[in-house]
Design a protein around this ligand. Structure first.
Ligand code: ZN
Length: 208
């Protein structure tokens, strides 16, 4: 905790002043351009990996960066209300679903029921992603666990992108090209991000 408290003081005395004007403006309103849906994993730091500042990314973090289908919207309100607010109130231009390597949430899809005795809420949450297993098995050649891991993480991203389109207000904006949906795969150990090319159907490294 000491580390965090020192951090608060250091932020206030140093970093805050670097962007003092920005913070003053943000004190009155937010106008983020992007809804970032990422995993809760502590190794994912959206502002760091995109070099963005406060006020740019409206964020949803949950286990395995899952987007409940619209029909499940009344049940998983923490995620669905934030999606609704970002689109309907904040009018973001982009939605990013960002998955990552070595995702514990995705790996948990392959655990036995017993493993969830202590974590029943996690178990229920992961039900939303369990249909992905069948898709992975269709594409998986052999029993290579590493291949299964990255395939699950990547297929999960693509599926969650599709789930976004089950929301009527996203679908209409997407059709009218008022919103863009991205799927990113972040590799923790290399710092690389691969973007899902919807037309080609695979992930390619982000270059500018
Ligand atoms: Zn994760």
């Amino acid at each position: 905790m000491e580390k965090l408290l020192k951090g608060i003081v250091e932020f206030r005395e140093k970093d805050y002043y670097e962007h003092e004007e920005l913070f003053h403006t943000l004190g009155k309103e937010q106008n983020p351009h992007t809804l970032f849906i990422g995993c809760s994993d502590s190794r994912i730091v959206p502002n760091l990996i995109t070099k963005t500042l406060p006020g740019e990314l409206f964020m949803i973090r949950n286990i395995a960066n899952i987007v409940p289908l619209y029909r499940e919207a009344d049940e998983f309100l923490a995620t669905t209300s934030a999606i609704e607010y970002a689109i309907q109130v904040l009018n973001v231009d982009n939605i990013i679903v960002c998955g990552h390597s070595n995702c514990g949430g995705c790996a948990s899809l392959y655990l036995d029921e017993d493993a969830f005795l202590k974590i029943p809420h996690t178990n229920k949450w992961l039900d939303l992603a369990r249909p992905i297993k069948a898709k992975v098995e269709q594409q998986l050649i052999g029993r290579n666990i590493a291949a299964r891991e990255w395939l699950t993480e990547q297929i999960n991203i693509v599926e969650q992108m599709k789930h976004l389109l089950s929301y009527p207000f996203i679908k209409s904006k997407y059709k009218n090209k008022e919103i863009t949906i991205y799927g990113w795969y972040y590799i923790i150990e290399t710092g690389e991000i691969f973007n899902y090319n919807i037309e080609k159907g695979f992930f390619e490294q982000v270059e500018v």
